[in-house]
Ligand binder design. Sequence first.
Ligand code: ADP
Length: 399
Amino acid sequence: MNVLVLNCGSSSIKYQLLNMDGEPVVLAKGIVEKIGLTYGSFTYKPTGKDKVVIEQPIVDHSVGMDLILKALIDPNYGVLKSLQEIDAVGHRVAHGGEYFSESVKIDQEAKTKIRALGEIAPLHNPANLKGIETMEKLLPAVPQVAVFDTSFHQTLPKKAYIYGIPYEYYEEYGVRRYGFHGTSHKFVAEKACRILGWDITQKKIITCHLGNGASISAIDKGKSVDTSMGFTPVAGLVMGTRAGDLDLGALLYIAEKEGLDLAKANTLVNKKSGVQGISGVSSDFRELQAAMEQGNARAALALDVFCYNVKKYIGAYAAVLNGVDLVIFTGGIGENDDIVRRESCKDMDYLGIRIDEQKNKVRSTDAIISTADAKTTVMTITTDEELVIAMDTVRLSKN
Ligand code: ADP
């Protein structure tokens, strides 16, 4: 069974085609970028063959999708003989609100709900829906599945998701903590338990998904009970360009001083803040480390702030869980950056967390990085959100 996995943004489409018959195999993947701009770009990489890059205007999502489908069956570099070999399509959908605590096969009702949630996720859900509707036109006979970033966190208890604001805003507008990166948090927790031979329903786990966007979750007996992102992904950790937790009074003060309207305030906290804002150097951790090594004090400070944030959330969630058996690092930073892992876990003996410097040198792999005698196991686990989407798509499209 071949599954096409799509992640449609407002101006981009990331895609992967996977064969799911035995051990999952990626047949091809790539990205359509700069949709709607004067110069668009289409990248296609069939596994084991050279990458194809086409630069051309891509006026809308349907032109982008068309490029993807044509590439997949191209006589020279395609990986399928015909489009009939695509058996199902899985979509990453940003916001499932309180409607979706699981992935769902797409029907009229699911689309109506995804559309309604565009109200609280205006940057993502309309683009996700556009992807779904375009695929329905291009491949009308093929079942489609939606996998939500929020659904794993629907098990949060009310005390963890209600904000300290008038309750009517929750009732009327759905303003509450939802959390994101759910597929990744769930996937790495389950994968780690499989590797360790543990029963997840007996364990207390803290998962740190550290990428451009970053969030931490507390997972009790396999269920998410708290998570650092909130109503939107801007909350929680200081991130690449997002502010994370911020005194709202500080934002109001800056807005007044700088004469910021809502759109500008939004850009400030989402695009100009985080380690980029602190360092003035970059949002990329490799560039920050390089700048720090050259003596850039603000790059060093940005890394320090980031690791301190991660550490605080680990401590907070150990309190939430009444202890912790396993801490997992994942995402581009969590999987690769040994300094961030080491510094975030520094001086946490009281929680039984102790990193083995030698074991911690690993990159992009699944490994234990805590010392043999540490009470709490610390691991780095590679995440694979596309694989989760493909697996859910196989399961649901067969029903
Ligand atoms: P996204 O949220 O866009 O999916 P990723 O999970 O791909 O992000 O993570 C991107 C981040 O991972 C960047 O900050 C990048 O610097 C960092 N990263 C990737 N490789 C390394 C590495 N070898 N060392 C340190 N940081 C890395």
